[in-house]
Design a protein around this ligand. Structure first.
Ligand code: DHB
Ligand code: MG
Length: 221
């Protein structure tokens, strides 16, 4: 099945995803630096993030888990020139690569990349930090429940929170799989259920060039 999913993503991309030299350069530079691309979102998924931001005229974006900043480029594309992205990466090597890609992109938007544990950086933000309009949670899956709560505290009514990789090829259904990352995702589903601060939420399975996975989406009350 994987080959067909990959071919169909290529078909979708060739029809619907415009060539963007910045995105292409980001993937090329990431490859040249010897990093695999499986951690990055697929182009058609990046476009979905872009559209969710555009639909809601978002200006302030928070991203947890920058990796190479490929998804960050998609988030930035959706923003007006005075848009702001705070993106946090836990691994030094990934943050260094991301900063190179951000510098090469020369985007008009402000992209504030910080390296460190997402939860520590979020907790250390100044008390008067303005709420974010759109939040993409894509860092270590083990910490998703904690990230969800911290992000809700940095949200306003109408903020959209998207969480990546919440299906993991069905691993969340396998009771033998007790990996911290999988337990983290299960705990996130339980936390989202009837959460007092969430107006509505869902999760969608995806198949494509990145295999079988999915997004969860929450709209803040
Ligand atoms: C992994 C993490 C991701 O955020 C992703 O999109 C795909 C894979 C991983 O840790 O394996
Ligand atoms: Mg991801």
């Amino acid at each position: 099945m994987q080959q067909m999913w990959t071919d169909l993503d290529a078909y979708i991309d060739s029809h619907l995803i415009p060539e963007d030299p910045i995105l292409t350069q980001t993937l090329k530079h990431t490859d040249e630096r010897g990093f695999p691309d499986h951690l990055a979102v697929a182009p058609n998924q990046g476009m979905l993030l872009q559209m969710l931001i555009q639909m809601n005229s978002c200006k302030r974006v928070l991203e947890l888990g920058t990796f190479a900043a490929y998804s960050t480029m998609w988030l930035a594309r959706a923003l007006p020139n005075d848009g702001y992205i705070l993106t946090i990466e836990g691994r030094d090597t990934h943050a260094a690569l991301a900063q190179e890609n951000i510098d090469n992109a020369k985007l008009p938007q402000t992209i504030d990349l910080r390296c460190g544990r997402c939860a520590d950086i979020l907790r250390a933000l100044p008390e008067n930090t303005e709420a974010f309009d759109f939040i993409f949670i894509d860092a270590d899956k083990q910490s998703y429940p904690e990230y969800l709560e911290l992000c809700l505290d940095l949200s306003h009514s109408g903020t959209i929170i998207v969480l990546d990789n919440v299906i993991r090829a069905g691993d969340i259904l396998n009771p033998e799989n007790k990996k911290p990352s999988i337990e983290g995702i299960r705990e996130m589903f339980r936390a989202m259920q009837n959460h007092p601060r969430i107006l509505s939420c869902t999760a969608l399975q995806t198949v494509g060039s990145k295999g079988h996975d999915g997004f969860a989406i929450a709209l803040v009350k």
